[in-house]
Write a protein that binds this ligand. Structure first.
Ligand code: NDP
Length: 449
């Protein structure tokens, strides 16, 4: 990893020592510290008040047992997490992830990233993240409901519209948010719609929240293209994943004139040179919850399924990793660059390894980090909170317009900050510094707490 500024190196050493074994968290912290050298040089007050050291320590970490009964009558035990990272700008805000890989280090990396991302949106939200090692795959609706109820039976005492507002993430979509909200409402006897976001439209949800992260990442790329007097027209796009973020990224790319020719799940990927048939993909992945190989079986001769292989071997102009952390490594990055890819934007959180980012930078591939490019999801969650607070509901067009405007702001802020701190065109540096300064200034103003 690159050498850090001396004062930041001390902070990183402390993070390594205090959070042994939490490799994803170390990676996320290093990536931010790596950008902050020029800020530390210009603003010694941030170091004097230990702002960055405080930012690396979550305000509160909650770990709890989740016991529930499966369809066979067996008691199952999972572990629940909520890491309330930073509330300098507003209530903790960030999703819940249900996936067998979830552990404290992963939740902390996500909460840390979320703090900077939320700041970058310019909206009044702090950072947090949570989840469980529960695997919803292959579980019946009844089992998912009982798990969600057991999870919320502990979580409810830690959250609230002015305290901490969770949403979805991997493995947590509309169905899970419904069960979680139902249990919260039952326990508290309050219809407190602002306590969770990603709700259904009929019970306090916002238009565009389901689509927001995928749409947002494509809006962000559209801004990059515009800044280079270009557009999506005729571009070939490859996307990893076929979950919430990937599906709505595909929808928006196709709307803007690009063609998505490949996407994936954890079993392999599909290539469809005619362009992904979104309705078929939604039917298989969203409604039937089946494997992506079914797409190739049902689509006809234009599509094929490649098992246990990486989607990054498919040549494209634009790549959007939208699955999970560290899914695109240095080798994949070199293959993408060699095949002519010119823009990579992270729909997922930290999907590109540090080595991949280095390869993109050296090859002149424009790289947009997740904390800027995928901020549309949380930004629209903040719009849902606004609607809940005013008991209002906005139209799809109005909400999508707000989202596009926010993504333009995140893009412009990242680019302008990169310029100001001597790294023109570097979205990583721009997003990290712009996100940091807003939280850091609020922390200075609030005193040592
Ligand atoms: P979903 O659970 O809806 O979808 C995740 C997708 O990624 C699934 O298709 C899954 O396949 C696939 N996947 C998981 N692991 C791998 C792997 N190793 N290789 C290939 N595919 C894989 O999650 P989301 O779409 O909500 O989230 C995706 C990413 O976006 C995460 O990093 C999340 O943190 C981030 N994000 C999500 C936001 C949101 O609003 N939902 C907001 C901002 C960021 P399978 O079905 O086989 O598991």
């Amino acid at each position: 990893m690159p050498i850090l500024h001396e004062k930041l190196h001390e902070i990183y050493d402390e993070v390594l020592h205090r959070n042994a074994g939490e490799t994803e968290f170390h990676q996320a912290v290093h990536e931010v510290l790596d950008s902050l050298g020029p800020v530390v040089a210009k603003h010694p007050d941030y170091t004097d008040a230990a702002v960055m050291r405080r930012l690396c320590e979550p305000e509160r970490q909650i770990i709890f047992r989740v016991a529930w009964v499966d369809d066979a009558g067996q008691v199952q035990i999972n572990r629940g997490f909520r890491v309330e990272f930073n509330s300098a700008l507003g209530p903790y805000k960030g999703g819940l992830r249900f996936h067998p890989s979830v552990n404290l280090g992963i939740v902390k990396f996500l909460g840390f990233e979320q703090t900077f991302k939320n700041s970058l949106t310019g909206m009044p939200i702090g950072g947090g993240k949570g989840g469980s090692d529960f695997d919803p795959k292959g579980r019946s609706d009844g089992e998912v409901m009982r798990f969600c109820q057991a999870f919320m039976t502990e979580l409810y005492r830690h959250i609230g519209e002015h305290t901490d507002v969770p949403a979805g993430d991997i493995g947590v979509g509309g169905r899970e948010i419904g069960y979680l909200f139902g249990q919260y409402k039952r326990i508290t006897n309050r219809f407190e719609s602002g306590v969770l976001t990603g709700k259904g439209i009929a019970w306090g949800g916002s238009q565009v929240r389901t689509e927001a992260t995928g749409f947002g990442v494509v809006f962000f790329v559209d801004e990059i293209l515009r800044a280079n007097a270009d557009s999506f027209d005729g571009k070939k796009v490859v996307i990893s994943g076929s979950g919430n973020v990937a599906i709505y990224a595909i929808e928006k790319v196709e709307k803007l004139g690009g063609t998505v020719i490949a996407c994936s799940d954890s079993s392999g990927y599909i290539v469809d040179e005619a362009g992904i048939d979104l309705e078929l993909l939604k039917e298989i992945k969203e409604r039937r919850r089946e494997r992506i190989s079914c797409y190739a079986d049902e689509r006809g001769p234009s599509a094929r399924f490649i098992e246990d292989s990486t989607v990054w071997e498919v040549p494209c102009d634009i790549a959007l990793p939208c699955a999970t952390q560290n899914e695109l490594n240095g080798h994949d990055a070199a293959v993408l660059a060699k095949n002519g890819c010119t823009i990579v934007a992270e729909g997922a959180n930290m999907p590109c390894t540090p080595e991949a980012v280095r390869v993109f930078t050296e090859a002149g591939v424009v790289f947009a980090p997740g904390k800027a490019a995928n901020a549309g999801g949380v930004a629209t969650s903040a719009l849902e909170m606004q609607q809940n607070a005013s008991r209002d509901s906005w139209s799809f067009e109005h909400t999508e317009g707000r989202l596009a405007e926010i993504m333009r702001g995140v893009h412009d802020r990242s680019l302008a900050t990169a310029d100001e701190y001597g790294s023109p065109g570097n979205y990583v540096v721009g997003a990290n510094i712009a996100g940091f300064i807003q939280v850091a200034d609020a922390m200075l103003a609030l005193g040592v707490i």
